[in-house]
Design a protein around this ligand. Structure first.
Ligand code: FMN
Length: 305
């Protein structure tokens, strides 16, 4: 009998599917709802040092083949996030990944220290958001030295395993991932949205999003994300969370075969609803049974062989 159980950095997941950051990951209640619908774990919306309103509406649009967003990292701030983790922990035992972001290196360390006190299972550092570039400069994830320096700093501030979330925009992704591994990263999330991209409303003669540009997610991102996961797997020994455009069980299996130990799912939840986790679990299991795979681990990276 095939099993969906898997493990990342010593943390047990009952399914390889985890909620990606930024979609339904704000309150304990909504995250528990995602767990109750079949996700193996949840990633919280990225938390910054203080409350942040983000960009004005419209912040999201769908186009043929994908989604684009420029939410602008709106969040309630680290202190509120800490309370949500406390509540989640009281009510749910499945793994929770805290996500943090900042525009200055030093602040990442402070955030990691603060969030570690309430013991999320893993900490993800979001160094790759493409739609706040004008405020934040080029994302740290585009530069291997910057990414490595940040990883090192965060590792010094916490005992909880650290996942570094990279950007599909980077073509030398293997080198960047390797630099993060050497700096102490425990895992890589490959990765964030691609972009910035642009969609114009021809009648209005202007961009649809108030921020004009946004990060592209959903099915159109999938083949690019898959290739980046492939490259990261070839470059590092630490485990990978594969994220970008997964909408069904076959997509998730491809990510695993390219090298992912866990698969992040974000936009698919916006396309349909949270029942996608249950459906995808069934599709993965069916594939495993048919093709004689007993565990998820048996499929990780097999497409490289
Ligand atoms: C509306 C929206 C908000 C997002 N917010 C965050 C965020 O706060 N932090 C982060 O690391 N990624 C964020 N992401 C990126 C997703 O976690 C994911 O990496 C990306 O969308 C690709 O996966 P998907 O195609 O399954 O959505 C966001 C994505 C969307 C669509």
């Amino acid at each position: 009998m095939a099993s969906l159980k898997t493990n990342l950095c010593g943390v047990e997941f009952r399914s390889p599917l985890v909620l990606a950051s930024g979609v339904l990951g704000v309150t304990a209640s909504s995250m528990i709802n995602v767990i109750n619908n079949g996700a193996g774990g949840v990633t919280m919306k990225s938390l910054g040092p203080e409350e942040r309103k983000g960009h004005p509406c419209p912040t999201m649009l769908s186009f043929e083949g994908g989604f684009m967003n420029a939410v602008g990292l709106s969040n309630a701030g680290i202190d509120e996030g800490v309370n949500e983790i406390i509540e989640y922990r009281q009510r749910c035992k499945e793994p929770i990944i805290a996500s943090i972001f900042a525009f200055k290196t030093g602040l990442f360390g402070e955030l990691a220290q603060k969030i570690s006190k309430v013991k999320p299972d893993l900490i993800e550092i979001n160094i790759s958001c493409p739609n706040v570039e004008s405020e934040a400069g080029i994302p740290f994830a585009m530069d291997k030295e910057a990414a490595a320096q940040l990883t090192k700093l965060v590792k010094q501030k916490t005992d909880i395993p650290v996942i570094v979330k990279l950007s599909p925009n980077a073509l030398n992704i293997g080198e960047i991932a390797k630099a993060c591994e050497i700096a102490g990263a425990d895992a890589i999330n490959m990765g964030n949205t691609l972009g910035p991209g642009l969609i114009i409303n021809p009648e209005a003669k202007k961009p649809v999003l108030s921020n004009k540009f946004g990060g592209v997610s959903g099915p159109g991102l999938f083949p690019i994300a898959l290739k980046r996961i492939w490259d990261v797997y070839a470059a590092v020994r630490i485990p990978i969370i594969g994220t970008g455009g997964v909408t069904d069980g076959r997509d998730a299996i491809q990510m695993i075969m390219a090298g992912a130990s866990l698969v992040g799912v974000g936009t698919a939840v916006l396309y349909g609803d949270i029942s996608v986790f249950r459906k995808m679990n069934e599709e993965i299991l069916e594939f495993m049974e048919k093709n004689n795979y007993k565990t998820i681990k048996d499929m990780v990276g097999v497409a490289h062989e």
